[in-house]
Design a binder for this molecule. Structure first.
Ligand code: RB5
Length: 149
């Protein structure tokens, strides 16, 4: 499994911890799109770089980290085909894979502790999309309209 990582300065330290955590696992290859220090940067760039890597199928999933997980997930979700979910607990991580087929996990380094963040990563990467009734809803997201209006 290939994973793209990206973060702004607020998420840099947690991104590094996630990278070390994933390095201990067999069969996971990481592409790190930065940033590479706590020097202030703008999160949209990193959201877009990871999102592009996912839609180009260079990787299977992306993981993005900023201070809250909000800005970087909003940026990633601007890229067509991206379903980035900002998760603050393991249940959200499992359900967003099972129901939304989320292809990017976003985390807020100032919101969740490191141990919880790594558990959220593990849950996200081990859960699978259930398809079925959720399939058409994911397709509706991609079409941008639900033909309801
Ligand atoms: C950066 O200070 C902060 O605004 C950013 O990491 C993120 O929380 C934005 O949503």
């Amino acid at each position: 499994m290939k994973i793209a990582l990206g973060a702004d300065h607020g998420g840099y330290e947690l991104k590094e911890k996630i990278k070390q955590h994933l390095a201990k696992k067999e069969g996971i290859e990481v592409i790190d799109f930065g940033t590479n220090s706590t020097e202030s940067v703008d999160y949209p760039k990193y959201g877009h770089l990871v999102a592009k890597s996912v839609v180009d199928k260079e990787v299977d999933f992306g993981i993005l980290v900023c201070g809250t997980g909000i800005g970087i997930s909003i940026a990633a979700n601007k890229i067509k085909g991206i379903r980035a979910a900002n998760c603050t607990n393991t249940t959200m991580a499992k359900l967003t894979r099972q129901h939304n087929d989320a292809n990017i996990l976003a985390l807020g380094a100032r919101i969740v502790g490191d141990v919880l963040a790594l558990d959220i990563v593990d849950e996200f990467l081990s859960a699978s999309f259930e398809g079925g009734r959720h399939q058409k809803r994911v397709e509706q997201i991609e079409k941008e309209t639900c033909n309801l209006f």
